[in-house]
Design a protein around this ligand. Sequence first.
Ligand SMILES: [Zn+2]
Length: 149
Amino acid sequence: MFKRRARPDPQVVRTDAEWRARLGPETYRVLRRSGTEAPGSSPYVHPSDSDGIYRCAGCAAELFLSTDQFDSGTGWPSFSDAVTRDAALIRTDFKLLFPRREATCTNCGGHLGHVFGDGPSSTGQRWCINGAALTFDKALTDPAEAPPA
Ligand SMILES: [Zn+2]
């Protein structure tokens, strides 16, 4: 048995040219240039009917559970929390006139979106995430796809 480290260091390190070659232009702009997609442009804006997990589009790290997703009405995929405390890093950015809390993927450093404190759930958090930074994996145990008992 391997003992897993409690807090992984960023494990995916690529040059800018490598990222540019690997990612589509919109995903590259969001993840590697801290871009923001147009509101309503992501297929992930509204919570999926299927349970599953959202992964980083840059490195496939697990980031958000579909069960933590909600419809915020903002036009961006919104979550009440990350899948684990270590999945995403939060730091303050000052790109606008007011400070915001930027969320990045711990594993590859890619920009995901921002975290606000006006969420409707018990966490009080609203993770406002660019869908271009995510891929969605349906759960293998999705009851909608399970054979009838
Ligand atoms: Zn990542």
